[in-house]
Design a protein around this ligand. Structure first.
Ligand code: ZN
Length: 460
């Protein structure tokens, strides 16, 4: 029998002070996973998470584990893995979060001390308060309540709290291989995204993939006097800019044949909101076509993100022989990154002007993601979110990529992956003044507790 919403809400409220206290203790540990920061702090946060997992009393085993970094000789940061085997015929749910955080950045831009959690106006400020230590505490708080809500805990649980997500999870693929048996699950809940706003819950149902690469365009074997040769001999930048221009149609949408576009249901959202949220300058047009959220969530985008050319202070009167740039291609959900990259490569070879020489190298691919919202787990979590917030759930796309999610999908192809989270549009994850909306945190615990109680009563 599943738990009732009012019962769950009462229990979450009565234990919420403890959830907040434990969250604050985690925020006080500056567990920045970047190599230039003290890795001892990441060990300390892993130990604190393992202790919290221990205290839930529901796990058969709790380990702090590391795997080798792919292509490197060292080990990745410590992850906590706790497992409880399922009763016969019951599903196993893997609960993911990460205990590492971004560096605090410019301290002068913070209104509070980054690693001293501070409550103000219904929000908890501090690095990691939202991303993703609140995710950890949603899992821990829900697990603490499960015993009290069901007659016997039969559902299998895996708690996986990674320690290097903010640094790009360099050992994660190896980790999934090394500990495949320990991590085996039917459903994977990734609590590392956000809600539509503080009143409206969301399930993140799609993520774009990406393909990045270095593009070099060459027209000359050495720089030439621009007066002596300009006008007859093409410089590399001119050829480069013509090529880049061919990527876009008149309104700025991507015009590369073979890069797919998807259709997706979008919630109410106005172009004017996009203008405000992006800080686009007065008089500057938005680009592309279709609903503005479709442009972000289900259409491709191409951006030049860096260039190697002489800087203005050192400009001389010469024709540039070579120009290099890094390009980022965002790939619509449903298209493989490899196929999208092949389409861009083909476009480049067909559109390079003046016979300029082109080199493409240093290619990096990340897969897109989409949830099958008809799966039982997606329906069950949607129902739980909607009860917890007392509001319909938005199926949200995200224009960015979360590379470790595609690692999960390829390591556990049969599992349903559900992306939830505690962030809201004001959370400022990764930026100064990161914060958590406290009521959203509470609702997220209510929703996950309801969901786990439902999973406990389900046979598969
Ligand atoms: Zn995160």
């Amino acid at each position: 029998m599943s738990a009732s919403i009012s019962d769950v809400r009462t229990k979450v409220s009565s234990t919420f002070d403890q959830s907040m206290k434990d969250l604050k203790d985690l925020v006080r540990i500056p567990s920045v996973s970047w190599p230039s920061f003290d890795s001892h702090e990441v060990v300390r946060s892993a130990e604190a998470v393992a202790q919290l997992a221990q205290e839930t009393g529901i796990f058969d085993s709790i380990n702090i584990l590391r795997s080798r970094v792919s292509g490197g000789d060292g080990f990745g940061q410590p992850a906590v893995v706790a497992r409880r085997e399922p009763g016969s015929g019951k599903p196993t749910i893997l609960l993911y979060a990460h205990h590492d955080v971004q560096p605090p950045g410019d301290l002068g831009e913070w209104n509070t001390v980054p690693f001293e959690p501070t409550e103000q106006n219904g929000r908890l400020y501090g690095r990691g308060s939202a991303d993703d230590k609140a995710g950890i505490m949603v899992h821990i708080s829900s697990l603490r309540l499960l015993h009290e809500l069901v007659d016997s805990v039969d559902v299998g649980i895996v708690l996986l709290v990674e320690g290097e997500e903010e640094f790009g999870s360099p050992s994660f693929e190896n980790f999934l291989t090394d500990h495949h048996e320990l991590l085996r699950a039917d459903v994977i809940v990734v609590a590392d995204s956000g809600n539509w706003n503080t009143e409206t819950p969301a399930l993140t149902t799609t993520l774009r993939g990406n393909a990045t690469f270095k593009l070099t365009v060459k027209t000359l074997d050495h720089a030439l006097h621009s007066g002596m040769f300009g006008g007859a001999v093409p410089d590399a930048f001119m050829a480069f800019s013509r090529l880049i221009n061919s990527f876009y149609s008149e309104n700025g949408s991507v015009a590369v044949e073979g890069l797919l576009t998807n259709t997706i249901a979008t919630p109410d959202y106005l172009d004017s909101q996009m203008r405000t949220e992006s800080g686009i300058l007065d008089g500057v047009d938005l680009i592309g076509e279709g609903h503005v959220l479709e442009r972000l969530w289900s259409q491709p985008a191409i951006t030049v993100t860096g260039m190697d050319i002489p800087d203005v202070a050192h400009a001389s009167n010469t024709l540039l022989p070579t120009v290099s740039a890094r390009l980022s291609v965002r790939v619509a959900p449903g298209q493989s990154a490899e196929e999208a990259f092949a389409a861009v490569e083909r476009h480049i070879s067909e559109h390079v002007p003046f016979g300029a020489h082109v080199v493409i190298e240093d290619v990096n691919l990340g897969e897109s993601f989409s949830t099958d919202t008809r799966g039982w787990a997606a329906q069950s979590i949607t129902n739980a979110l909607s009860q917890a917030w007392d509001c319909d759930v938005v199926n949200m796309g995200v224009g960015g990529s979360i590379p470790f999610i595609s690692s999960f999908v390829s390591a556990f192809p049969g599992a349903q992956v559900l992306v939830t989270g505690v962030e809201d549009p004001d959370s400022r994850a990764h930026s100064p003044n990161e914060s958590l909306h406290v009521e959203s945190f509470k609702n997220a615990i209510v929703a996950e507790t309801l969901f786990l109680a439902e999973c406990n009563s389900r046979d598969i």
